[in-house]
Ligand binder design. Structure first.
Ligand code: SF4
Ligand code: SF4
Length: 365
C-alpha cells in the first residue's frame, strides 16, 4: 500500500439528487430536484447541516458511514467476501430488508430482548428523549441528537447507535485481515448498502486503495445514480451487482420512489463498457413477482446486456420486519407471506429460458 498522498480521490463534478429524508424520517428542506447538479462540497455541507450539532457532524466530513461489515459473506459475489454496508439510499423500496441503511445518518435503536430495565439510559440523556413505558422504550426522535450517551450508559447494550465512521485507510486495514480467505476462495470485497454510490466520494478514494493491494472489488448498486459518478468508480470495480426490480417505469416509480429510465440506461452503458455484471431481482409478492415483469427483465438482459454472467432471482424475505419496528418505521409488507417454493421454481424455469445463467435463492414456504 502506498502513502496517503498517492490516493487523491477524483471528485465527481455532479452530486446525485439529495436524500429526501433525514434520520428522523423528516423531509429534506430542499425541494425535489433542487439538489441536482450542486457541487459535491456544497451537497456534503448540506448533509452536515441537516444534523444538529453532535459528534457525527465531525465524522461525516471525512469518513464513510457504515451500518454493517459482514465477514465471510458468500451471497454478494464470488468466493468468500467481506460486504461493506454503507448508509443512505435514494430509493425507498417497500420490501427493503435493510431499513437501517435507508438514512444517510446514524440511527438509534432499542433491542427489547436485551433491556434489563436498568434506566441508566434515562439518566444519561440530556435531551429527555427517552421514556420507558409498559410498551417498551419510547424514543422521541425529534429531541434525540444522536449523541450516543444512552448507548454508552446502557449496561446490557439494549440501546445502539447504528452507523460507524471509517476513513478509507482504516477500512482497508480491517478488510485486508481476511485477505487469505479472499485469495483461496476467489472472493474479495463487496460495497453494498443502502446505496453505496450515495458515498461516491468515499468510494472514489477507497476503491483504488483496494485495487492497489490486489483485492477483487464488487459494487452492489441500484443503479439510480448519475452516469458520471458510476464511470469514475467503475475504473476500480471488477464486478457490478445491479438491481433490476421492475421494467415498467410507472410501477418502478410507485414501488421505489424513482423512475427507472436512468437505471436501464446505466445498465446499457456498463454493458458497452464491458463491465462484468450480475443482475439481482428481488421477487416480491404484489410488487415484482409477476411473470410478465420477470419476462421483460429477462428479455432486457438477453437483448441488451451481453456482459451479464448471472441473474439472481431473490425470493422475498421478511427478516427486515423487526428492524422496521426498532426504527419506528412502518413496514408495509407486514402481512405478506414468503413465496411458495413451487411458485419460485416456476418463475425461475421461465427466467432460465431467456437467461440461461438465471438462478434463484432465498426463503420459501
Ligand atoms: S442518543 Fe440517547 S442520550 Fe443522546 S439524545 Fe438520543 S436518546 Fe438521548
Ligand atoms: S435500493 Fe436496496 S437499499 Fe435502497 S431501498 Fe431499495 S432495497 Fe433498500
Amino acid at each position: 500500500m502506498g502513502d496517503g498522498g498517492s490516493f487523491a480521490p477524483p471528485i465527481p463534478q455532479e452530486f446525485p439528487p439529495l436524500p429526501l429524508r433525514d434520520s428522523r424520517g423528516r423531509e429534506s428542506q430542499l425541494e425535489q430536484g433542487e439538489g441536482q447538479g450542486v457541487g459535491v462540497r456544497e451537497a456534503t455541507a448540506h448533509f452536515r447541516n441537516l444534523l444538529r450539532p453532535c459528534r457525527w457532524k465531525e465524522n461525516l466530513e471525512r469518513t464513510a458511514l457504515t451500518f454493517n461489515l459482514q465477514h465471510f459473506s458468500t451471497e454478494d459475489g464470488p468466493g468468500i467476501r467481506t460486504t461493506v454496508f454503507l448508509k443512505g439510499c435514494l430509493l425507498k423500496c417497500a420490501w427493503c430488508h435493510n431499513p437501517e441503511g435507508l438514512s444517510a445518518y446514524p440511527d438509534l435503536v432499542w433491542h427489547d430482548v436485551r433491556c434489563v430495565g436498568a434506566r441508566e439510559c434515562l439518566r444519561a440523556c440530556a435531551q429527555g428523549a427517552l421514556s420507558l413505558t409498559a410498551q417498551g422504550m419510547r424514543i422521541d426522535r425529534d429531541r434525540c441528537d444522536l449523541c450516543g450517551a444512552c448507548a454508552e450508559a446502557c449496561p446490557s447494550g439494549a440501546l445502539e447507535i447504528i452507523g460507524r465512521g471509517w476513513t478509507a485507510r482504516e477500512l482497508l486495514g480491517e478488510l485486508i485481515k481476511d485477505q487469505v480467505f479472499y485469495e483461496t476462495s476467489g472472493g474479495g470485497i463487496t460495497f453494498s448498502g443502502g446505496e453505496p454510490m450515495m458515498q461516491a466520494v468515499f468510494l472514489a478514494e477507497a476503491l483504488p486503495m483496494c485495487k492497489e493491494v490486489g483485492l477483487h472489488v464488487a459494487l452492489d448498486t441500484c443503479g439510480a445514480v448519475p452516469w458520471e459518478w458510476l464511470e469514475r468508480v467503475l475504473l476500480s470495480v471488477d464486478l457490478v451487482l445491479l438491481d433490476l426490480k421492475l421494467i415498467d417505469p410507472i410501477q418502478h416509480e410507485t414501488a421505489t420512489g424513482l423512475p427507472n429510465d436512468g437505471i436501464l440506461e446505466n445498465a446499457r452503458r456498463m454493458a458497452r463498457l464491458g463491465t462484468a455484471m450480475w443482475i439481482r431481482t428481488p421477487v416480491i409478492p404484489g410488487y415484482t413477482a409477476d411473470p410478465a415483469n420477470l419476462r421483460q427483465i429477462g428479455a432486457f438482459i438477453a437483448e441488451e446486456l451481453p456482459t451479464v454472467d448471472r441473474w439472481d432471482l431473490l425470493a422475498y424475505t421478511n427478516l427486515g420486519k423487526p428492524k422496521y419496528h426498532r426504527l419506528d418505521r412502518p413496514y408495509l409488507l407486514e402481512e405478506v407471506p414468503l413465496m411458495p417454493r413451487e411458485e419460485m421454481e416456476g418463475l425461475w424455469r421461465e427466467a432460465v429460458k431467456l437467461v440461461p445463467v438465471a438462478k434463484w435463492s432465498g426463503a420459501t414456504r
